[in-house]
Design a protein around this ligand. Structure first.
Ligand SMILES: *Cc1c(COP(=O)(O)O)cnc(C)c1O
Length: 396
């Protein structure tokens, strides 16, 4: 027996914890398009929050998952698996040649990066405090919540884990002022995603690198949302001409197959030894097969070139809309991580876009966030802008 949509939604209400406000039920995806229960087609400019970056069900990733699922799904990290070794080499080669730890989500990747900083600090002056930025978002586990600036995420979950302080994003002096003898690291996103699509300024990130060198601190970058080509390079830090001490990755790493990782500079690798950190599911053959297919596809299909070209095109189209509609106060972002500053009406605008069958996200305070596929086409951008324009006209 197949349930009706109403019955399924009832099951959801009865048995799923209501941690999300949602209406739409999606059943299928292909490229930049998804279909709901009734077969209605939507243009997806959210891509599962920058996860399915190569498009839904990319054939190369699907084939890799299918093949590996029939060979070896999981063997635990008590044994080597060839795909993990190969994937780590790819990630190291594309980043700063560091060493990789595999896990399953963004929060977990950040947890690992935080543990790395604390372990290094424990041997370098017994320091443990990490400076984070205003409006940052690092995840929902207790440590990453404590590292997240916005208090509403922490409400009701006291006591907060200690060891984190906050300084204003893009304000180098504020970070400098927050440093004390217990400071071990600075952790920021190169572009704040959830916090409202705020890119770091070049001066800020370069200044942070200098400051960290000067004060013997680690520079940790949360690239969970910005990594994997989203910002016009494999990793967003490449836009800024700096090299961090560690990065965390997740979201798009497996194009929808859950996966996270953190990468540290190899000079620090001796802080880790068997038993120091671990994960049952981290870097399974299946996850690594998906991720290897992602990296292969990015090369083969020149995905990053497309990001740069389509970024310029989408920014130009959105600036046109901004000139037409006073409701759009600012268009900002980096690569294909783009925010429109809207204000109070952002939820209404998101709903009006949904009515036009365009999926977009919100972020921070009053920001409409767009995260199209990195393979998005000019035609899809035109269609999205046409739908957004219709939505704006409805609200005007
Ligand atoms: C999504 C996100 C996280 C959390 O990732 P999860 O996989 O949900 O744990 C952390 N940091 C940033 C910047 C993110 O965008």
């Amino acid at each position: 027996m197949k349930e009706t949509l109403a019955q399924l939604l009832q099951l959801d209400r009865d048995f799923v914890l209501p941690t999300y406000g949602r209406e739409l039920m999606l059943v299928r995806g292909e490229g930049s398009r998804v279909w709901d229960y009734y077969g209605n087609e939507y243009l997806d400019f959210g891509m599962g929050i920058s996860v399915c970056n190569l498009g839904h069900c990319h054939p190369a990733v699907t084939a890799a998952i299918q093949e590996q699922a029939a060979r070896l799904v999981h063997c635990s990290n008590l044994y080597h698996n060839e795909l993990q070794a190969r994937l780590a080499a790819v990630i190291a080669g594309l980043s700063f040649g560091g060493k990789v730890f595999f896990c399953n989500s963004g929060a977990e990747a950040n947890e690992g990066m935080i543990k790395f900083a604390r372990r290094w600090g424990s041997r370098n002056g017994a320091r443990s405090e990490i400076i984070c930025a205003s409006h940052c978002f690092h995840g929902r586990t207790l440590a990453t919540l404590a590292a997240t600036a916005t208090a509403k995420y922490r409400e009701g979950f006291a006591p907060d884990m200690g060891g984190f302080v906050f300084a204003t994003y893009n304000d180098l002096q504020a970070v400098r002022d927050a440093i004390n003898s217990n400071t071990v690291a600075v952790m920021v996103e190169p572009v704040q995603g959830e916090g409202g699509v705020h890119p770091a300024s070049k001066e800020f990130l370069q200044g942070l690198r200098q400051l960290c060198d000067e004060k013997n601190l680690l520079l940790l970058l949360d690239e969970v949302q910005t990594g994997m080509g989203r910002c016009g390079h494999y990793f967003a830090y490449e836009n800024f001409g700096i090299v961090p001490d560690a990065i965390s990755l997740a979201k798009a790493l497996g194009n929808g197959f859950p996966m996270g990782a953190f990468v540290i500079r190899s000079d620090y690798a001796s802080l880790f030894a068997p038993g120091v950190h671990g994960s049952t599911f981290g870097g399974t053959p299946l996850a690594c097969a998906a991720s290897l297919a992602v990296f292969r596809t990015m090369e083969e299909e020149n995905v990053i070139d497309n990001v740069r070209q389509m970024s310029r095109y989408l920014f130009a189209r959105l600036e046109e809309l901004k000139r037409e509609f006073a409701m759009i106060k600012e268009v900002r972002g980096l690569g294909l991580l783009i925010g429109l500053q809207i204000g109070d009406k952002v939820k209404e605008l998101q709903k009006a876009c949904l009515d036009q069958r365009l999926l977009v996200l919100t972020a921070g305070e009053g920001v409409l966030r767009m995260l199209p596929s990195l393979k998005v086409s000019r035609e899809e951008i035109d269609l999205a802008c046409q739908k957004l324009r219709q939505a704006l006209l409805k609200l005007a």
